[in-house]
Design a protein around this ligand. Structure first.
Ligand SMILES: [Fe+2]
Length: 145
């Protein structure tokens, strides 16, 4: 996988289609849902942006995934557990800048090209992040949602 190309492609998607994230856990974060977007409060999903490059990479990393979220801007996020839409097994791809990933099971600095599988039902956060950092998060839908 060419992470430099993936970074540039994601950056382009964010600049064209990125929307302000309304989450209270973040500030100045831009997001694009690829494929499908879960609407947390309404317990339903709508179409996201269609992008074959991102879908192919997500399928390679997490073949049974349902949701893909690209985040840019200020990607710092306060400690939280991901909501009921998702199963515990989540994967993140760290691109561009560095980020400090804080997780109940252990903390680490993420660098360009790091792919991290983690349990999203345990407390996690991004406590520091470079402003040129982009993350791609991939989840599988919780069938009970
Ligand atoms: Fe999360």
């Amino acid at each position: 996988m060419d992470f430099d190309q993936l970074y540039l492609h994601s950056k382009n998607l964010l600049s064209k289609y990125g929307k302000a994230d309304k989450s209270s856990l973040t500030e100045d974060r831009k997001i694009v849902w690829i494929g499908k977007q879960p609407l947390f409060t309404k317990k339903m999903e709508i179409a996201g942006h269609d992008d074959q490059v991102i879908k192919a990479i997500a399928t390679e990393i997490y073949p049974t995934h349902d949701y893909i979220l690209i985040c840019g801007g200020n990607t710092e996020i306060n400690p939280h557990r991901d909501a009921t839409y998702a199963l515990p097994e989540a994967v993140s791809i760290n691109l561009g800048g560095m980020a400090y990933f804080d997780h109940e099971d252990g903390c680490k600095w993420l660098k360009h090209g790091d792919v991290t599988a983690f349990n999203c039902k345990k407390l996690h956060a991004i406590l520091e992040a470079d402003l040129d950092r982009i993350s791609i998060c991939i989840w599988r839908k919780n069938p009970k949602w």
